[in-house]
Write a protein that binds this ligand. Structure first.
Ligand code: SAH
Ligand code: SF4
Length: 386
């Protein structure tokens, strides 16, 4: 069986080359060919010893994911659907902006967390992606977009297209930790994509022990999907909260900040009409992140207008409601932004990624189908014990 070299970070590739009886520095050349040049075959690696090329062609390959479809939104957002086998397919989204290009990458086929407002969560869970499958999304997007940017008939000049990566596609990245970390290392590696830690963001629904491990193993920018200012509501929206309640989550955020590349955590808050968007919820949220008498978590709030999908039974908060909520947080001195919805005409916006997932957890039969009710904020304002 051949090994897919997209599976390796530079250390892994060096060990693999050593196993072939080669010097470790050869691995750096190979790594650059794969990730900086987008090489697909060993023949084109002209400065690599012929003996190594011969050895590699017998045991290794650079295997991309088959593209099932590509859709381009009116705002230039591109969504690819990649086949990962076994009836599963995952989505990757490229979001062009004036000063950056962001790639939103999937980490799992489906997701086992099952948040009520998330299309991926509604589909259930099939399996974790491998490091190669995570990296292949970036490898393909970067080199494909470079080719398209090249002058007609000319070669791509190697100028980077993707400047930021967000692990905000399908899946909970911190429930696929073993595959995630080598993939992050490839993104950061100067011999590969050379992205700065500040421009690689892991978004999590709050897997507390893995937040601690990420801090020690590979601290990148962290976004935490908060979505509610109290445990009762958060447990309803994000079931993982029953295992790791808000208090523990905020303490993990504080610990993460000791090594984080940015001096704040981004809290994501999906704005759901009548569910978590009232003035009382805003007050409760402020008290949560700025508890009286002690230090809170250094954070920014990113409000995401809910992107609807048919099965959710939820509605997006009206724009003036979102603005009023944002205003209340800003008045309290919390840096708050409202996320622009991108690519919603091709269902590429946050939470709309559904791909194709063979649910192996029967999430739909387990799910409590009770319609969500509007919930008042809890009367007692309890902050975290930090
Ligand atoms: N599993 C990770 C990352 C993927 S989801 C996480 O939950 O953080 C990326 C972001 O999109 C999260 O903040 C998530 O809560 C949000 N999201 C999910 N469904 C959404 C929807 N329908 N509308 C708006 N945002 C949504
Ligand atoms: Fe999973 Fe994130 Fe969707 Fe929740 S919001 S179901 S954690 S992908």
């Amino acid at each position: 069986m051949t090994v897919n070299l997209l599976e390796f970070d530079s250390e892994g590739l060096a060990s693999f080359c050593e196993g072939l009886g080669e010097k470790r520095f050869r691995a750096t050349q190979l790594f650059r060919w794969i990730h900086q040049r987008g090489a697909t075959g060993f023949d084109e690696m002209s400065d690599l010893a012929k003996s190594l090329r011969d050895k590699l062609s017998g045991v290794a390959e650079i295997k991309a994911l088959p593209v099932i479809s590509e859709q381009v939104a009116s705002d230039g957002t591109i969504k690819w659907l990649f086949d990962v086998g076994g009836g599963d397919a995952v989505e990757t989204v490229y979001i062009p902006e004036v000063d950056r290009g962001t790639l939103c990458i999937s980490s799992q086929a489906g997701c086992a967390v099952g948040c009520r407002f998330c299309s991926t969560g509604h589909q259930g869970f099939s399996r974790n992606l491998s490091t190669a499958e995570i990296v292949a999304q970036l490898w393909y997007a970067e080199h494909e977009l470079r080719r398209r940017a090249a002058p007609v008939g000319g070669a791509a000049d190697g100028t980077r297209v993707i400047s930021n990566v967000v692990m905000m596609g399908m899946g909970e990245p911190l429930q696929n930790y073993g595959a995630l970390v080598p993939a992050l290392r490839v993104m950061l590696d100067d011999h590969a994509y050379g992205l700065s830690r500040r421009r690689v963001t892991v978004s999590t629904s709050g897997v507390v022990p893995m937040i601690d491990r990420l801090r020690d193993d590979c601290p990148v920018a962290l976004a935490v999907s908060l979505h509610a200012p109290n445990d009762a509501l958060r447990s309803d929206l994000v079931p993982l909260n029953r295992k790791y309640p808000i208090d523990e989550l905020l303490q993990a955020c504080t610990r993460y900040l000791e090594k984080a590349p940015r001096d704040f955590i981004t809290f994501e808050y999906c704005m759901l009409d009548g569910v978590n968007d009232t003035a009382e919820h805003a007050r409760e949220l402020i008290a949560l992140v700025q508890p009286a008498g002690r230090e809170g978590v250094s954070c920014k709030l990113n409000l995401i207008p809910f992107n609807p999908f048919p099965e959710s039974g939820l509605k997006r908060s009206a724009p003036d409601r979102v603005q009023a909520f944002a205003h209340r947080l800003q008045e309290a001195g919390i840096v708050t932004t409202v996320r622009k919805t991108r690519g919603d005409d091709i269902a590429a916006a946050c939470g709309q990624l559904a791909g194709e997932v063979q649910d192996r957890t029967r999430v739909e039969t387990r799910r409590v189908r009770a319609p969500i009710r509007s919930q008042p904020a809890a009367p007692a304002l309890q902050g975290p014990r930090v």
